[in-house]
Design a protein around this ligand. Structure first.
Ligand SMILES: Cc1cc2nc3c(=O)[nH]c(=O)nc-3n(C[C@H](O)[C@H](O)[C@H](O)COP(=O)(O)OP(=O)(O)OC[C@H]3O[C@@H](n4cnc5c(N)ncnc54)[C@H](O)[C@@H]3O)c2cc1C
Ligand code: FES
Length: 476
């Protein structure tokens, strides 16, 4: 289930890291955050090495809808309530500047990535109150927003527009960023020390190490696994629909996302905490919605991806942990990684080069902790971790092996040990341990993606146990 981006970008291929390398900065991860950070450092003359576990652009960046916007759902009303107007203002200014910076970069480097200026919209089909609150919050922060009922959507809705935003082809941008960079692919980082990292066949020594690997895989220090969980969403690429000039995200009802790329409409939705889609049906729901609005449309591609959801709704960008001043991190993008990656790249570049950022970006500091803003999510995440562990330790299997239907996956107990078993459509059994190698929670089957997912922190594995997404770093 490849995304349209993967099918339509020619990404350069790089060799495996072998032997020992020396650099000023080593970047772990060749997604948008890692490649933008590496390019920003390279531009300043730093020696940078990017080390990627798989292929560049093979992670969540391949599954994005690539809306480049400072409009991150109903963000600003909530931020003003929880963190205050100053922090909300920092967040808004940083994201607005990020949109502009990427626009400038694309122009300056003449990058062919279908970059298109547009208006970003939130829409509501029900009560307009939340949109109006968000409108007032955005206006108070100086954002160029307006309320309207005039949209391109195929149904009536109230919408909140933010002018001067953009969208692009994420992997064509990545291909351009890769030019001139030293990148190693198929080189999973296994261990990290203060100034060095190692893979199976090589190592890099560097003054600074950047964790741009989506979810930091080192548990301590940093403890990022206690500060964020992951959520998954689904996308259909549709032909035979209307082409939209702008893009839209629903804040109520089905909460669908609409964005066009040429004559293809990307319809997104079905979000859930990773590990909580045992019943499946997310693609079917999206397809039903598509046919309701465009009965003759055709599904050209479908895929899903996930992102890290920080407890207080703000990414973690900066020094990884007090006890590791040479490590830097960019994570917790909450499905808004396009603008957040630009902020991360500039902030981490400045930190790596020992400069002070021109903007106050302390709202993103990984060292912050706001109990009032985080309490609800902290309680929910703790509950999920306790549930995941206790299911693994105490609860029996859910279904006897012989009762597992063809084309279904489930937790089966055999001789007191639990297995995740998928009986494929031809009847062949695929069995893996049901215990997540990250911290031991019980995995759950996702019938839409045919994969095992961990509800605790969101690691994923294919039906034969191969690692798909971290924080786990090994196969089942
Ligand atoms: C369905 C969906 C739609 C979205 N749409 C939007 C949108 O419209 N606008 C927006 O702003 N954001 C959007 N997002 C969010 C955005 O896609 C992500 O935030 C962003 O792509 C994350 O980029 P990244 O570089 O952090 O991660 P990734 O792209 O996942 O890159 C991390 C890389 O690190 C590598 N890696 C991991 N572990 C190791 C290791 N041990 N050693 C070496 N390499 C390692 C991985 O292989 C991967 O290539 C969306 C998210 C989803 C789920
Ligand atoms: S991802 Fe942490 S226990 Fe599974």
């Amino acid at each position: 289930m490849k995304s349209i981006w993967t099918k339509t970008a020619a990404l350069p291929a790089f060799s495996v890291l072998e032997g020992h390398q020396q650099a000023d900065v080593a970047v772990i991860g060749g997604g948008l955050a890692g490649m933008l950070t590496a390019a920003a450092l390279r531009r300043e003359g730093a020696e940078v090495v990017v080390v990627e576990a798989d292929r560049i652009g093979g992670g969540q960046t391949a599954g994005t809808t690539a809306k480049l916007t400072a409009q991150h759902g109903l963000k600003y009303h909530q931020l003003i309530q929880t963190l205050g107007a100053e922090a909300a203002g920092q967040y808004a200014r940083a994201n607005l500047a990020a949109v502009e910076r990427l626009r400038q970069l694309v122009r300056e480097w003449s990058i062919e990535c279908d970059f298109q200026d547009c208006t970003s919209f939130l829409y509501a089909v029900g009560a307009p109150g939340p949109l109006e609150e968000e409108h007032d919050a955005c206006l108070a922060l100086g954002m160029d927003v307006f309320l309207t009922r005039d949209t391109e959507l195929p149904f009536a809705a109230q919408a909140l527009g933010l002018r001067n935003q953009a969208c692009f082809h994420p992997l064509r941008l990545l291909a351009a960023l890769a030019e001139g960079l030293t990148v190693y692919e198929h080189s999973r980082v296994l261990t990290v020390e203060e100034h060095a990292l190692s893979t199976e066949r090589g190592s890099v020594s560097a003054e600074r190490i950047v964790f741009a690997c989506h979810y930091p895989f080192i548990n301590m220090p940093g403890y990022y696994f206690t500060r964020q969980h992951q959520e998954r969403s689904y996308v259909l690429a549709l032909k035979g629909t209307k082409n939209l000039q702008n893009y839209y995200l629903g804040i109520d009802g089905e909460g669908l996302s609409f964005r066009s790329w040429g004559d293809t409409l990307l319809l997104g939705g079905g979000g859930h905490r990773t590990g909580e889609n045992r019943e499946g049906g997310k693609y079917a729901l999206l397809e039903q919605a598509a046919r309701r609005y465009w009965p003759d449309c055709r599904v050209a591609a479908r895929w899903s991806a996930q992102d890290c959801m920080p407890m207080d709704g703000v990414p973690y960008l900066g020094v990884f942990a007090d006890s590791r001043p040479s490590w830097l991190v960019a994570t917790g993008f909450q499905k808004w990684g396009m603008s957040s990656s630009v902020i991360a790249a500039e902030l981490l570049r400045d930190l790596a080069l020992g400069r002070t950022s021109p903007q106050d970006l302390s709202v993103f500091s990984p060292h912050r902790f706001h109990l009032s803003a985080s309490a609800k999510q902290l309680a929910e995440d703790t509950l999920q971790a306790v549930r995941g562990l206790s299911r693994q330790l105490w609860k029996p299997g859910r279904i006897p092996l012989e009762e597992l239907p063809y084309g279904h996956g489930g937790i089966v107990e055999i001789d007191g040990e639990k297995f995740g078993v998928y009986r494929d459509k031809s009847g062949e059994i695929h069995a893996v341990t049901a215990r997540c190698p990250h911290l031991g929670c019980q995995l759950e089957w996702n019938p839409d993606t045919l994969s095992w997912e961990c509800p605790c922190h969101g690691s994923r594995f294919d039906l034969d146990g191969r690692l798909l997404d971290g924080p786990a770093q090994e196969d089942l």
